[in-house]
Design a protein. Structure first.
Length: 111
């Protein structure tokens, strides 16, 4: 299985955290909450389309909402293949970061 990009990883994890409420705006808000970074909608939707094509997320059309002028939200769910990709990436992270304890990981702030 091909390794996920960091962007794909963050988006998939955000979708998992949001559960049934994972749509564009909520995913963007979750990413901001988790990383402190404001992502543009393009930086979310382009990877979401790629993740959908890979079969890692499923896009589900919601019911039209009156406050959105009758437009439907699209919700996202992580598929079993997406979960497998995340687990494989997590295991790779553990292997790559193993034996790093001897390196000072605290950034040099203000020095």
């Amino acid at each position: 299985m091909k390794t996920l990009s960091r962007t794909e990883e963050i988006i998939l994890l955000s979708i998992l955290k949001l559960g049934d409420d994972a749509y564009g705006v909520s995913i963007r808000s979750q990413i901001w909450k988790d990383t402190g970074d404001k992502w543009s909608f393009a930086s979310i939707y382009t990877p979401l389309d790629k993740l959908s094509k890979k079969g890692y997320v499923k896009k589900i059309k919601g019911n039209p909402l009156p406050e959105r002028g009758g437009k439907s939200k699209f919700y996202y769910r992580v598929t079993p293949e997406g979960k497998t990709a995340l687990i494989e990436l997590y295991e790779k992270h553990l292997r790559v970061w193993s034996d790093i304890s001897h390196i000072e990981l605290e950034p040099n702030r203000g020095k």
